[in-house]
Design a protein around this ligand. Structure first.
Ligand code: SAM
Length: 251
């Protein structure tokens, strides 16, 4: 059975997609996507030999070698131009996902892609920044907790000025939700322009934990005499303050 995390990604795949799942491990997502009709066909990309063989075997066992192509390679290099219209990258850090997208984008591998579905384990802000800087607009964000871990699922589409799907309007609307003190860009990239407007209990728990973690770091820095430690301490203090204010404003 698919985890709740992968189930959430699955639901976001537009029906009939030409899917590419990068870092596919056991190819669970492309298998479920093809079996449910979410994907018409799929590429499962893996850079490491163990997971690559596991993916090959899983696809063979399911009798789906005709519809799922398992390929060994780094990031989007496994794709031919225009081959996929939906790309999923899940279960890695946000910086790694951003670097895979960046390289792929420079190599023209994102032409024809209509949907990016990304599930960073950490470094969500880095990934949101990459999307913003590269003309991808978040259209949905989900945050869930499963087996004691929290996951974010980000959905992005290409910016389109004709239909008004732009980062400018996304972030302007999200900032306004702060009311008298509009949310700052930095906080929106950290917390998520959709999540901040639809906070669930997991969101509160996540940011409360983040505050506790930052408090511990701040405390450990107080033992240092160095000037750089002092400036780091006040930077962390400001960040804690800002998170606290955002949480206090939320319904
Ligand atoms: N996507 C699956 C999921 O969410 O359940 C598997 C996640 S697993 C933690 C991360 C996988 O990404 C590993 O199997 C790893 O080999 C693969 N990986 C890491 N860097 C990669 C890259 N640059 N290109 C392709 N695969 C990569």
């Amino acid at each position: 059975k698919l985890s709740q995390r992968l189930g959430l990604l699955l639901e976001q795949i537009p029906r009939g997609s030409k899917l590419a799942d990068i870092g596919s491990d056991h190819a669970l997502l492309p298998l479920a996507a093809v079996q449910t009709g979410r994907a018409a066909s799929a590429v499962a990309g893996e850079v490491n030999p163990g997971p690559f063989r596991a993916a090959q075997k899983a696809v063979q066992d399911a009798g789906l070698t005709g519809r799922i192509s398992v390929r060994r390679g780094d990031g989007l290099e496994v794709l031919r131009p225009e081959e996929a219209d939906c790309i999923t990258i899940a279960g890695m850090g946000g910086a790694l996902i951003a670097s895979i997208l960046n390289r792929g984008s420079l190599e023209g591998k994102l032409g024809g892609v209509r949907t990016l579905l990304l599930q960073p384990n950490v470094g969500e802000d880095i990934l949101r920044r990459w999307l913003l800087d590269n003309g991808w607009v978040l259209t949905a964000e989900a945050l869930l907790e499963e087996d004691g871990k929290r996951y974010e699922v980000l959905t992005a589409v290409p910016e389109d000025k004709d239909t008004g799907v732009t980062n400018e309007s996304l972030y302007a609307d999200a900032a306004k939700a702060g009311g008298e003190r509009p949310y700052r860009m930095d906080m929106l990239l950290n917390m998520g322009p959709w999540l901040i407007r639809q906070p669930n209990p997991v969101f509160f728990a996540k940011w409360q934990d983040e505050i506790s973690k930052l408090e511990r770091i701040r405390k450990s820095l107080s033992h240092s005499e160095q000037e750089s430690a002092e400036s780091k301490r006040s930077e962390i203090g400001e960040f804690i303050q800002e998170i606290t204010e955002v949480l206090a404003c939320l319904p």
